[in-house]
Design a protein. Structure first.
Length: 156
């Protein structure tokens, strides 16, 4: 029984994480993120800024509620791979690089690719193992099975 519910918190934290990152980009302004993309040499940085923001918001929401998880994971994985190879790879694996403890608190260096890799693996796990109960995908599959056993008739 516990394994059946295991994907639910995974799906929720991954979906929430993507939505939080998309919202952060949107709240700072798509133009600001386009400037980052331009500095990285990304083609069509203004367009790619919006594509990334929408992908993170909509894809994250889809994963969160368990709708179209397999399909949503494709562009989300692409976003993570691009971030991993263009930004984080040069800083090594670890996402936490404690540099100093100051009176203001801990000071960290640039994050490595660990977090991006974790997101990718979490999405692959959801694709391979399913989104679990309380997922829109599971509810749709259940309804399709019920309709097929009833001969596809509706009693509305």
């Amino acid at each position: 029984m516990a394994c059946r519910w295991a994907p639910v918190p995974l799906r929720m934290i991954v979906g929430f994480g993507f939505m939080a990152h998309g919202y952060a980009k949107l709240s700072r302004g798509a133009e600001a993120f386009a400037g980052v993309l331009q500095a990285l040499g990304t083609p069509a940085p203004h367009l790619m800024s919006w594509v990334t923001i929408v992908t993170e918001l909509a894809g994250g929401a889809a994963v969160f509620v368990g709708a179209f998880v397999t399909w949503a994971s494709i562009p989300l994985t692409v976003v993570m791979l691009v971030a991993m190879f263009t930004v984080h790879l040069r800083y090594g694996f670890s996402s936490i690089k404690l540099q100093a403890i100051t009176s203001a608190g801990a000071k960290f260096g640039p994050p490595g690719y660990e977090c991006a890799l974790l997101y990718i693996v979490c999405m692959a796990t959801l694709v391979m193992g399913g989104a679990g109960p309380l997922a829109i995908d599971a509810l749709w599959r259940k309804r399709l099975r019920e309709e097929s056993t009833q001969g596809g008739t509706h009693n509305d």
